[in-house]
Design a protein around this ligand. Structure first.
Ligand code: ZN
Length: 132
């Protein structure tokens, strides 16, 4: 894995959170994107070579809605940039890690993504990202 691509932050109100993070980071949100398959709205900020991804649920069945109901707003996942996501999935499976996605899927911000199951990563939700 090459770097932390982004941190995914679960928020209740993305419009309010965008304003907060624009002021905090002193940089504008560069992309707003709804991912209908995941029932989320996302907003991205560039911070040096990494990014911040804000996530707001658009449906009560969204993983983000469930996360916030359980834990409140906070850091939802850590995403690592990988050169070849299929090779990385195979490498991790060979090591015994459990993947939520066995094959890469389309994610926000022009990425192929796959999530690891927190059961096999000390309770942390980890995302793999490959630039398309
Ligand atoms: Zn993410």
């Amino acid at each position: 894995m090459r770097k932390i691509e982004h941190l995914g932050l679960a928020v209740l109100n993305i419009d309010q959170a965008i304003k907060t993070f624009e002021d905090l980071l002193d940089t504008p949100c560069y992309k707003l994107e709804e991912v209908e398959s995941e029932y989320v709205k996302t907003a991205f900020f560039q911070v040096g070579e990494s990014k911040i991804e804000l996530l707001q649920a658009t449906d009560e069945n969204s993983a983000i809605a469930k996360y916030i109901a359980k834990k409140g707003q906070g850091i939802h996942h850590i995403a690592f940039d990988v050169a070849n996501i299929e090779e990385e999935i195979a490498r991790l499976q060979a090591k015994g890690f459990q993947l939520i996605h066995q094959t890469p899927k389309d994610g926000a911000d022009n990425k192929l993504i796959a999530f690891l199951h927190p059961k096999s990563t000390e309770g942390m939700l980890i995302e793999l990202c490959q630039e398309k």
